[in-house]
Design a protein around this ligand. Structure first.
Ligand SMILES: Cc1cc2nc3c(=O)[nH]c(=O)nc-3n(C[C@H](O)[C@H](O)[C@H](O)COP(=O)(O)OP(=O)(O)OC[C@H]3O[C@@H](n4cnc5c(N)ncnc54)[C@H](O)[C@@H]3O)c2cc1C
Length: 341
């Protein structure tokens, strides 16, 4: 067994690695703070945010408003842009000095990048892409729920011997807590000592494609293979509901929708108030992306389709027969009455 860097008995507290953009806390960090606050209260420990960057003090204050007791703030002009080596060094050295028991990160491109490095450097385990975080009642150990073996099983993973217990969580899994600007908390500066080798890789440019953020959509109209590429009715329904269009992986692989609209384990995980699912069988890798939706309406010709196990309203029929009268209803129009002969 690889020797832990510090013993479990010495580990204290719950940490969240915070990310920000343009000086503002990212949504996934706010979501993590909300869940971590509840877990920290259960454990009776402090919740600490770790924030690395430059001119990000406002985000530190936001973290306190969203539940952090302490924010460890590493500000340095050389850290203005995310880069693997320097960010890993700063967080790893802070972890070795403070010995957190749990460290949670967003499963974002940067969060995933730094999480893997940190796990190796801190000689601990990492449960990636969790869709749920709980505590084991008897031990207080972190339990991370994630899909495994190619998506075929839902696994619950714990890390009993090594610290910190690390997990990444996809954006959209947990609800965002409301901020309380009056919340008290401390901001503590972290010393930044970088090795010249950390700065050998220079990020010249970051190109972020403007993307639709389905995690913010209140309603979704989702198509599966059953729509056979014809989204015209689904788009009309989306327009009536003020919803966004999304699809299963099959739909995206077929090129019927862009990858940014894929729901599921390898797509977006979201919790809209309403999801209308047409012609999707309900594979676990898909339903993991919407199972927290407020209301799920499923339309499928197959009465045995697994999607009906997750749906609140089940319509066994062809979506092409179901949607036109529904659209008429939504538009307040009566179906045309046949002329009397
Ligand atoms: C590692 C891994 C990761 C994956 N990640 C994802 C992911 O992120 N997202 C995802 O979606 N999938 C993912 N998948 C694929 C997933 O397992 C399924 O294959 C996929 O979700 C099935 O898509 P579907 O429901 O559109 O198609 P199908 O399973 O083919 O279902 C089509 C459904 O349409 C119904 N139907 C047909 N005609 C009509 C009609 N006219 N009206 C109403 N219903 C009709 C049929 O009865 C059927 O139930 C992943 C798989 C693996 C192995």
């Amino acid at each position: 067994m690889i020797q832990p860097l510090y013993p479990a008995e010495e580990a204290r507290g719950l940490w969240v690695y915070l990310e920000c953009a343009a000086g503002q806390l990212e949504g996934v960090s706010i979501e993590l703070l909300g869940r971590a606050r509840a877990l920290a209260d259960q454990l009776g420990v402090e919740l600490t945010g770790v924030l690395v960057g430059w001119q990000v003090a406002e985000a530190a204050r936001q973290a306190i408003a969203h539940g952090a007791d302490v924010v460890l703030l590493a500000e340095d002009e050389r850290l203005a842009r995310y880069s693997t080596q320097p960010y890993t060094r700063v967080v790893a050295e802070a972890a070795v000095a403070h010995k957190p028991s749990i460290l949670l990160l967003g499963a974002t491109p940067d969060g995933r990048d730094v999480a893997g490095r940190l796990a190796v450097r801190l000689r601990t385990g990492l449960t990636a892409d969790c869709t749920g975080l709980e505590l084991e009642p008897e031990t207080g150990l972190l339990l991370g729920q994630t899909t495994g073996f190619g998506g075929g099983v839902l696994a619950t993973i714990k890390c009993p011997l090594h610290r910190p217990q690390m997990a990444t969580v996809r954006p959209g899994i947990f609800p965002r807590p409301e901020p309380d600007p009056a919340r008290a908390g401390r901001i503590e500066a972290l010393a930044v000592t970088l090795d010249p080798a950390d700065l050998e890789v220079e990020v010249l440019e970051r190109v972020i494609e403007p993307q639709i953020d389905l995690t913010r959509a209140r309603a979704l109209v989702i198509g599966g293979r059953g729509v056979m590429g014809d989204f015209s009715l689904l788009k009309q329904l989306a327009a009536e509901l003020g919803a966004e269009i999304a699809g299963t992986r099959v739909v995206v692989d077929e090129g019927w929708l862009g990858r940014e609209r894929q729901i599921g384990q390898t797509g977006i995980v979201t919790r809209p108030d309403l999801a209308v699912v047409c012609g999707a069988s309900g594979a676990m890798q898909f339903t993991v992306g919407i199972k927290e939706a407020g209301t799920i309406v499923a339309i499928n010709t197959d009465p045995e389709a697994p999607i009906f196990e997750d749906a609140d309203y089940c319509v066994v029929d062809d979506f092409k027969r179901v949607l036109p009268p529904l659209l008429d209803q939504l538009r307040g129009a009566r179906p045309a009455t046949p002329a009397r002969g």
